[in-house]
Each structure stands twice: as C-alpha cells, then as structure tokens.
Design a protein around this ligand. Structure first.
Ligand code: ARG
Length: 466
C-alpha cells in the first residue's frame, strides 16, 4: 500500500478499503497523459520561480526515465499504489529524491485527474475522428461504384420505391459526417485546461495557468476552479456522441444482417469477416455485424452510468467522480474496434447488383411512378392514386408486376394510358427521373459524391496522424 497521504491517520488503511478506493487498475491508462501534464506543470513551476532550474531538470529527466521504462516494460505499474498519480510521484521521488516531492506544489490530484481525463478524451476524440474519416472514405468509394445499382428503397420494411445502392449508402455517409461534426464541437468546447484549479479553490502560488494550457495544446483555461475540478460535462457529451455513432452503426449492421440472409442475398460478407457454426457445417454467420449491433447497448450503458453518477453531485470534487473512468474507457475502446471492424467488413463485402435489381422489380416499387404518369396526363393526383391502387390489386390477384400488364388491361383502368407507359415505369427510368437534390438519379448523386470528395479532401488536412 503506497499512499500520498497518512499524516493525520493513527491507523493504517484496511486492506479491502484500500483496494475498493484504489483506481490504479484502470487509471493506469492515463499514465502517459499524467506524465505529460506533470512535465508541463514542472516547467511552469520553474518559470514562475517555484522550482529551481536544477530541480526542474532533475524532475524532467526523472519523468522521462519513468516514461521510457514503463514503455519498455522495465517498470511495471502495480496495484500497490492507490492511483496513477501516486505511482508516478512515488517512483519519481524514489529515483530523484527531494525534488520529486516538490512536483505536486500548487497542484491537487483533483485538478491533476481533471487534466488527465481531458487530455485522454481529447486524444480519443481525434482517434475516433480518424476512424470515421476512413469509414466515410470507404462509403464514398462504394457510392461511386454503385450509382447504377438499382435496389428497392423500403418503408416499414416493405418495398416502397426504386433507388440505388449509392443513394442508400449516402444516407449513412450523412450520419457519420454529422458524427464527425459532433466530435469537433465537443472537442472545441472541452479544450480548456483545468490545471491550476488546485483542490477546488485555486492556489496561493503565483502559477501561470496560461503557460501550462498552451504547452498542452489547450485553447485556454477553465474560468472557475470549482467547475474546473468537477466538470465532467464533456464526458457526457462524448459518450452521447459515441452512442450516436453506435446507433448509426447498429442500424447499418441490422440492414447488413438482413441483406446477408438467404432470403435477400443482396450482400455476401467476406470469409475473413464471417464466422461458422460448431454444429451446422453450412453456416456462415454475420457475427461481426451482430456484435457491433449488440455492443451498442454497452456504449449506451456507459452514457447512462455517467449521467447517473453525476446527477445531484454537490460541488466540488467527490470520489464518485472516479467512476468516470472504467465504463467510459470501455466505451471508447468498444467504439474504436466497432468502427474499424465495420469498415473492414463493408470494404471486403460483395454487393449483388442482380439480386438487388430483381428484388426492386417486385413489390410494385414503380406504383408511384405510374400515378405520376397519370398526373402528367392531366389526372388529379388523388384520382391517380385510386386508379393505381386498383391496378395494383388487379396485379396482386394475377401475380403480375405492373409492367407485365397489356395496354388493353391498362386502358381498362384509364383511357389516358398509352404505350409510353412502359418506358415511364421502367425502374431505371423511375430512378433517372428522381432529379431533386438528395434524390437517387445519377445526376443528383454525382453532385453529392463530388461534394463528399471535396469534403473528404479538405477535412483530411490538419488531421492528427495516428
Ligand atoms: N483516483 C482519483 C479519481 O480518479 C484521483 C483524484 C483523487 N482525489 C481525491 N481527492 N481523492 O478521481
């Protein structure tokens, strides 16, 4: 049991209490950002005359050594320490002696952990942004390949109108693009340094908070020290953004699972992204899509837990806040692997244009187009709707598609129908005529894809490499 405190205690901590209170088993993830924060803090203490040059050099070299040794595996982060902050300070003091004891001047673990979580979350936001970027790139290239791939568009899971695979995928492009924008918003709002907030009421030392903030890449400093140590809004916002990413992935996965079924066969998943059954030799299951769908609940769980943990917490720091780590870390990792695997899964899948085209041929997906044809011949839309409804009923009884009716049959429903009806209700033409912005015609889609490409070119600039 290695602790940073103990002077006012007459008894040592109960072992189970120590273990219950400790966070090292999960906050060791913060090791690198903790050292990074301490380096900036020490540099600032030196600049403000609180540490001598020699003390600062010794602290900096000590921290560099700890970083190196942990990364090489020579130094292990063990559970004899209460948390990652205690570990770094204890090892530092062990290695460099007295200057190590001065590192914590003008700092509390409260502002230290607040800083660490922000640095960690900010880096994680950048990682997710990169993964979403790769997914968007993959989607845009699939869209380019499938502008002519006719498929049924669905409402209520019933075939509704003909569209293209590019158009369908384009809907997901929009969702993931919004997800990136949400991340950028959150990053902007949370990018302020809480370091220097102390335990809750700042500090009596003349610290230069702006210096550490700019050193650590923050836009500025938090403006109230109580808020600085106790604000976890950005985690709630981030978990919300992660939940929405998962919501989008889960909707897409659900469709992939349906499309991959024997009944649809719109898509065939690559062997490398499918799994088998221990009993049924013929099976090739879409487990990755199902798992991504399933893990959505887990990420929503982390969001709920964070909201409930923070509910009614009085100012300022309370130990409840230590619960801001395990589930959020789990959510961050889960979402990273879900986006990565999902991208690999759709990148390697093959889409069956034939199956999609023939499916779009059933279900009277061109019924709206027949009504529009009648409107163009002067029939009021509501009447046209009624006529086409009767045409469809007739076709259902005879197990025919609309375009299989003879011109005589058509005329039985409306005298205005001529031979040009066949051309008007051919699926390719139904799609071609959907020219409004955002609709599936090739012209409209080409514009969107060109915009997507420009967006991807621009938004790749200045993206942090990882
Ligand atoms: N492990 C703690 C946490 O994650 C660090 C802050 C501890 N502060 C305190 N006053 N006990 O929240």
């Amino acid at each position: 049991m290695a602790q940073l405190w103990g002077g006012r205690f007459e008894k040592s901590t109960d072992e189970e209490v120590f273990a219950f209170n400790a966070s090292i088993n999960f906050d060791k993830k913060l090791f690198k950002v903790d050292v990074q924060g301490s380096m900036a803090h020490a540099a600032m203490l030196c600049k403000c005359g609180i540490l001598t040059e020699d003390e600062y050099r010794s602290i900096r070299e000590g921290l560099e050594g700890i970083l190196r040794d942990v990364e090489s595996g020579e130094l292990l982060i063990t559970s004899e320490y209460e948390d990652i902050h205690s570990f770094v300070e204890a090892v530092l003091t062990d290695r460099i002696g007295d200057p190590g004891k001065k590192l914590h001047t003008g700092r509390s673990r409260n502002d230290q952990v607040a800083l660490d979580m922000r640095l960690f979350t900010r880096a994680d936001i950048d990682e997710k942004d990169g993964l979403l970027y790769d997914l968007l790139k993959c989607l845009n290239s699939l869209m380019q390949q499938h502008m002519d791939t006719i498929m049924p568009g669905f409402t209520h899971m019933q075939k509704a109108q003909p569209t293209t695979l590019a158009h369908h995928l384009g809907a997901y492009f929009e969702m993931f693009r919004r997800d990136r924008e949400r991340l950028a918003d959150i990053r902007k709002r949370m990018n302020y340094s809480p370091l220097g907030s102390g335990a809750l009421c700042g500090t009596t030392y003349p610290l230069d908070r702006d210096m550490t903030a700019s050193e650590l890449g923050f836009e500025g400093i938090t403006r109230n020290s109580m808020d600085g140590v106790s604000d976890r809004d950005y985690l709630v916002e981030y978990l919300t953004a992660l939940s929405l990413i998962m919501m989008h992935l889960s909707r897409f996965c659900e469709e992939i699972i349906i499309w991959n079924s024997d009944e649809y066969r719109f898509i065939e998943l690559d062997d490398a992204f499918s799994t088998g059954s221990s009993i049924m030799p013929q099976k090739k299951n879409p487990d990755i899509a199902e798992l991504v769908r399933g893990k959505t609940g887990r990420v929503y769980g982390a969001l709920m837990s964070m909201l409930v943990t923070m509910k009614s917490l009085p100012l300022a720091y309370n130990k409840d806040m230590q619960e801001d780590k395990e589930l959020p870390f789990d959510a961050m990792e889960t979402v990273a692997s879900c986006i990565r695997l999902f991208t690999g899964m759709i990148e390697t899948a093959s889409f069956s244009s034939e199956r999609m085209r023939s499916s779009a041929g059933g279900g009277f997906t061109n019924a709206t187009d027949l009504a529009d044809y009648l409107v163009n011949k002067g029939v009021p839309f509501r009447d046209a709707h009624g006529i086409v409804g009767r045409v469809v009923l007739h076709c259902v009884d005879r197990q025919k598609s609309i375009e299989e009716l003879s011109i005589e049959e058509f005329k039985g429903f409306c005298e205005l129908i001529d031979d040009d009806v066949y051309e008007n209700i051919a699926l390719e033409n139904c799609v071609r005529r959907r020219i409004t912005k955002g609709a599936p015609s090739k012209d409209a889609m080409s514009d969107v894809i060109a915009e997507n490409t420009a967006y991807l070119d621009v938004s790749n600039e200045g993206r942090s490499p990882f």
